[in-house]
Design a protein around this ligand. Sequence first.
Ligand SMILES: CC(C)(COP(=O)(O)OP(=O)(O)OC[C@H]1O[C@@H](n2cnc3c(N)ncnc32)[C@H](O)[C@@H]1O)[C@@H](O)C(=O)NCCC(=O)NCCS
Ligand SMILES: Nc1ncnc2c1ncn2[C@@H]1O[C@H](COP(=O)(O)OP(=O)(O)OP(=O)(O)O)[C@@H](O)[C@H]1O
Length: 208
Amino acid sequence: MPLKIGITGGIGSGKTTVAKVFELLNVPVYYADAASKRLYKTDKELMQKMKAHFGDDIYNEDELNRTKLASLVFTDPQKLELLNSLVHPRTIKDALDWLQAQTAPYVIKEAALLFESGSVAEMDFVIGVYAPQHLRIKRAMDRDKTTRDEVINRMMRQIDEGLKMKLCDFVITNNEQELVLPQVLRLHEKFLSAALEPRAISAFPTRS
Ligand SMILES: CC(C)(COP(=O)(O)OP(=O)(O)OC[C@H]1O[C@@H](n2cnc3c(N)ncnc32)[C@H](O)[C@@H]1O)[C@@H](O)C(=O)NCCC(=O)NCCS
Ligand SMILES: Nc1ncnc2c1ncn2[C@@H]1O[C@H](COP(=O)(O)OP(=O)(O)OP(=O)(O)O)[C@@H](O)[C@H]1O
């Protein structure tokens, strides 16, 4: 089994951007967001549970109405908890199936809610991607063509960023001042040597 590395960070921190740099180095990456999007369409049991809890019209044909679901769950913590309880176990299992099939020295799982969903338990090490809040809000607003309030609303459903970074073994700063590539390359070397020579792990920081 390869070494399993999680990448996490709050909305707009740049997790996907950083994970894509690792992919350029031939590291296989599992994207939890993309997986959940696929599973909503392909997992009949999940689809049926979604319709049972959120109404048949949460789908148009086999297409999930994401805007409608977002407006339901991000205004009602109980509905969000329900959605998470339906989707997260499914993506965690899907990620484990994917992991079993990997043969690279180390692999990455990128997920916004790695800690919140409990999926951190499957990881050997976790990288946090850090960006200051004003940048995260701006990036998410630009990318999703959404409002500041909507971004902040999602932010409030995630673990506080400072705490999240403290829980991580490594932090990549993506603040548009420090270069990301050298930070990724340093970690890539570390993970490769740890995967090939497990004793190298003793030089890693311990998670707080
Ligand atoms: C509610 C949904 C359909 C809204 O879709 P939408 O296209 O608007 O957003 P998208 O999925 O691209 O998410 C954008 C960002 O919102 C944040 N976010 C998404 N889901 C959640 C959640 N359950 N709790 C907190 N933040 C979330 C993340 O930072 C994420 O990267 C979708 O977010 C969803 O299915 N969420 C539940 C699955 C999940 O937890 N995904 C995120 C990590 S795996
Ligand atoms: N260093 C950077 N400089 C400029 N733009 C950036 C940088 N990092 C990320 N972005 C942009 O910010 C937006 C958010 O980045 P990305 O999608 O990687 O974040 P994320 O952490 O995966 O977010 P989410 O949790 O919302 O899915 C994207 O449009 C991305 O292109």
